[in-house]
Write a protein that binds this ligand. Structure first.
Ligand code: HEM
Length: 161
């Protein structure tokens, strides 16, 4: 690609996309605040943002291994059930990276970003994560994911009434 084309596209490059766990570099604003901002611009409610992020992670969507708590083969509530697992202790390893170690063995079991962990640390988002982690809410999770997914796919579709 020519240099001119690259520079004209460069301004379009997203700097932060919490839905796919992507942060270009560190900013003064926290990653989770940027995710919330983008969700609001997409017209998503807090439950819709939550179900989308959790569902996308369960299907293996992340810029690396952070936030991938399941084998990534299916749409499941695994992101939420694992996030709320109290058997691990989270430790910061960078400004947007955390490692979970088993409390008993000290073994490293998973990694996550601030985009992921905010669903456990923010009280309002945690309340929503707990709803989706409930054993009897697997169907609700799938239905809500489908609705939120359709909402994003149809956003700005002026041809729809
Ligand atoms: C519910 C599902 C999805 C959500 C919540 C979502 C959300 C986002 C967000 C927040 C950005 C960053 C925009 C920015 O910062 O400027 C983005 C970028 C992008 N998304 Fe998605 N996305 C979804 C599905 C998809 C799908 C299915 C595709 C392709 C078929 C797609 C293609 C893209 C592309 C190409 C970009 C980069 C270009 C741009 O910023 O406009 N996304 N998405």
């Amino acid at each position: 690609m020519s240099k001119l084309m690259l520079s004209s596209f460069a301004v379009l490059e997203p700097v932060s996309d919490g839905f796919r766990n992507f942060l270009l570099k560190n900013y003064t604003v926290s990653p989770e605040e940027m995710m919330l901002d983008k969700a609001q611009l997409l017209g998503l409610s807090a439950p819709e943002m939550t179900v989308l992020v959790g569902g996308l992670r369960s299907m293996g969507v992340s810029s690396d291994d952070r936030g991938l708590f399941t084998d990534g083969s299916s749409l499941s509530t695994g992101f939420f059930t694992t996030l709320l697992d109290m058997n691990v202790q989270w430790k910061a390893t960078g400004s947007n990276s955390y490692e979970a170690h088993d409390r008993a063995s000290g073994e490293l079991v998973r990694r996550a970003s601030r985009y992921d962990l905010v669903f456990g640390s923010n009280s309002q988002l945690r309340a929503i994560a707990e709803v989706y982690a409930q054993d009897d809410n697997k169907d609700k999770f799938v239905q809500d994911f489908i609705s939120a997914w359709n909402k994003v796919m149809n956003a700005d579709r002026f041809d729809l009434a």
